[in-house]
Design a protein around this ligand. Structure first.
Ligand code: SF4
Ligand code: SF4
Length: 187
């Protein structure tokens, strides 16, 4: 009698185990076959910082204000910049990141006035020495920099024209108001 009950318990436990296996067999896998497949990176994943593209420029929009460099608690950002012809703001000439020191705190993203910093989606960069983690953030933008400068100059020119038109309209409105006041006084 005891043997029958043992066989019954064993069979039940086997069915339970098989049930779990079958359930998971038809579930969507949560892993990928790396490196043949690449995982989709979560939007909130932190990684090395990168300069991200602004659609209206077709390039990053760093104005070399150095705020990210100043706030970085690990001193891992180093930027130089200069003012280019026809632009009212600077563009970076160099933008270096020592990712070996970065704590991914996100402070640099928080202070960026043009929201042009983001996190890289590449999660598997490897290296054999510290130098392998020194990144030039302008590298990917070098080929398109001249085109971006042209677009920025055009945006700047349009803004200047709009400012000029507004100034002219204000001056005309003031002159007209003065004319009306003078007319009222004479009457
Ligand atoms: S995430 Fe933090 S540590 Fe890394 S570069 Fe930005 S400010 Fe520095
Ligand atoms: S805070 Fe933004 S705009 Fe200023 S230097 Fe850093 S990346 Fe460029």
């Amino acid at each position: 009698m005891e043997m029958i009950s043992d066989v019954y318990r064993g069979f039940r436990s086997l069915l339970k185990g098989m049930g779990v296996t079958i359930r998971h067999f038809f579930r969507k896998p949560v892993t990928v076959e790396y490196p043949r497949e690449r995982a989709v990176v979560s939007k909130v994943q932190r990684n090395a910082i990168v300069l991200i593209e602004k659609d209206d420029i077709g390039s990053h929009n760093c104005i070399a204000c150095l705020q990210c460099e100043k706030i970085c608690p690990s001193n891992c950002i180093s930027i130089t910049g200069s003012r280019k012809d026809g632009l009212a703001f600077k563009r970076p000439d160099t933008f270096d990141l020592n990712f070996a020191l970065c704590s991914e705190c996100g402070l640099c993203l928080d202070v960026c006035p043009t929201d042009t910093l983001g996190y890289s989606k590449q999660y598997d960069k490897a290296g054999y020495s510290r130098e392998d983690f020194f990144y030039d953030l302008l590298d990917q933008w070098k080929a398109t920099e001249e085109t971006a400068l042209g677009t920025l100059r055009e945006i700047e020119r349009k803004k200047k024209e709009e400012r000029e038109a507004r100034r002219k309209a204000d001056a005309e409105a003031k002159a007209k108001a003065k004319e009306n006041d003078d007319g009222d006084e004479k009457a």
